[in-house]
Design a binder for this molecule. Structure first.
Ligand SMILES: C[C@@H]1O/C(=N\OC(=O)Nc2ccccc2)[C@@H](O)[C@H](O)[C@@H]1O
Length: 475
């Protein structure tokens, strides 16, 4: 039956009005998210498969190490200039003391390799504005110190030679630069800050061009109004870096959109290539929202010290086992875990950090199959005894056990139509683990009577099961 033309016109008008209504809610953005979903190119897949990284915060702040004129400041050591209200003239003169005579990048890189990291992110310039590379855009750099040599190049070469990717942390916030502004309130602010944005973009271009093996840029110090009012610049920088270094990975913390929204644009779309809002915190183990995007959690060992602090015990310091569980929890939710180290002013790594790196490395030597190129095991929820991870390529399923029930039985709720046919220890495949299906979608793993001093990984072989095997109770 042919509808009269008038009806068709009315349906068309109603349809288009509803579309306009929907579009009305969406903001038209020039500087918002440039794409949706996860990047699937090889560079991003490598970033994702790395899973475990080493953050390094190193700069002039390592020299005072959280102490100033005999007083210990408990706030973050890299914020000492601000905590102790130290004027630029005094703080900046620390550059003439920076001489890490015991710095050996190969030692750092070998320690990182043994720890099991696949990438490292180094502070090229933190909020203090001091640059660890001989930049041509400010004298406030490593070339004008007693040490003189290019620390960034030394670290890139040493870590790359260990097969570890290197990313650059860059603080847009710059306490040293005269043109930095926290907000743009006057014409003078606008002129000065425009000069600052050009300075910062020139430095970033320099870093991308002079260190061609760089794999990512980790932006920080972008929370002030001055940046929020210049979302265009944040997109321009991301696009510039990606044109100089195709494949380079940029974190969401750089970005602001047309309206000053950060990390996620005004339409709720993530900007940049991965979310970097998890700082010293992880998503809840059941927060499966995060699995739909790439994300990274960065973590300090003390409660809140990124730079070197002389007094390690002024706050709680996380144990290796706690840090291993954070790494596994992050992997189980499809994220990367970036663990921070704050080297000493002499260029050595404090003994506590070396010991933690060794402990984690020993665990990774046995269990890294559950971490590298692994991620969220879709449909396998967080268990009270530990976490599931799944290899993104082979689909191999891992149970990482942190809490053994008193019964010695790991109870697993399987997916509909799936059962577990075999379970074996990753470390000792010949030690039997009895598997018993006790009801529909319920399997018991009977662990051998032995004590475990470290978290361990079980490989789970799954098969589809006969769906009519169990009769559902009629209620
Ligand atoms: C990785 C850390 O990053 C920072 N700051 O990050 C944030 O302030 N992050 C933040 C702020 C608000 C909400 C969520 C994260 C720096 O100040 C600190 O010294 C360190 O380099």
């Amino acid at each position: 039956m042919q509808l009269p033309k008038q009806y068709l016109l009315i349906f068309f008008l109603i349809g288009s009005l509803s579309l306009i209504g929907q579009n009305h809610e969406k903001k038209l953005l020039k500087y918002g998210a440039q794409y949706e979903g996860k990047r699937t190119d090889a560079a991003m897949q490598k970033w994702r498969s790395n899973r475990f990284g080493q953050f390094i915060h190193w700069g002039l702040y390592a020299i005072p190490g959280g102490e100033w004129k005999g007083k210990t400041y408990t706030y973050a050591a890299e914020f000492l200039k601000s905590s102790a209200h130290i004027p630029n003239s005094t703080w900046d003169s620390l550059q003439y003391q920076f001489n890490p005579v015991k710095f050996d990048p190969k030692t750092w890189a070998k320690m990182a390799k043994k720890m099991g990291v696949k990438y490292m992110t180094i502070t090229t310039k933190h909020h203090e504005g001091f640059c660890l590379w001989p930049t041509q855009y400010t004298k406030f750099n490593i070339g004008n110190t007693p040490y003189k040599k290019d620390i960034i190049k030394a670290l890139v070469d040493a870590y790359n030679s260990e097969g570890i990717d290197v990313n650059f942390y860059y603080s847009v916030l710059d306490w040293h630069h005269p043109d930095w502004r926290y907000d743009i309130k006057t014409k003078e602010d606008s002129i000065a800050f425009s000069r600052y944005l050009t300075f910062a973009q020139n430095q970033l271009k320099e870093l991308a061009e002079n260190y061609p093996s760089v794999k990512g840029f980790w932006f920080d110090g972008t929370w002030d109004q001055s940046i929020k009012k210049n979302g265009w610049w944040t997109l321009q920088v991301e696009q510039m870096l990606k044109s100089i270094r195709p494949g380079v990975v940029v974190n969401s913390r750089l970005r602001a959109d047309d309206y000053g929204a950060r990390h996620f644009d005004s339409n709720g779309k993530m900007m940049g290539d991965y979310e970097s809002g998890y700082e010293r915190r992880l998503p809840s183990p059941t927060d499966t929202q995060v699995i739909h995007r790439d994300w990274e959690a960065c973590m300090t060992i003390p409660e809140n010290q990124w730079g070197y602090h002389k007094k390690w015990d002024i706050s709680y310091t996380k144990t290796p086992l706690e840090l291993i569980e954070m790494l596994v929890q992050t992997t189980s939710l499809g994220g990367n875990f970036l663990l921070n180290f704050g080297p000493k002013p002499d260029g050595t790594i404090r003994i506590e950090e070396q010991q933690i790196a060794e402990h984690i490395g020993n665990w990774m030597k046995i269990n890294s199959a559950a971490i590298y190129n692994a991620g969220h095991a879709k449909g396998w929820p967080r268990q009270d005894w530990g976490y599931f991870t799944q290899n993104e390529t082979t689909g191999k399923l891992y149970a990482v056990v942190f809490n053994i029930p008193i019964s010695g039985i790991l109870k697993i709720q399987t997916l509909e139509g799936i059962t577990i046919s075999k379970a074996s220890f990753l470390e000792k495949p010949d030690v039997p683990i009895t598997v018993k299906e006790i009801a529909k979608k319920q399997v018991n793993l009977y662990l051998p009577q032995q004590s475990f001093s470290e978290p361990f990984v079980i490989i789970l072989d799954t098969i589809n099961e006969n769906k009519n095997k169990y009769i559902d109770a009629k209620t």
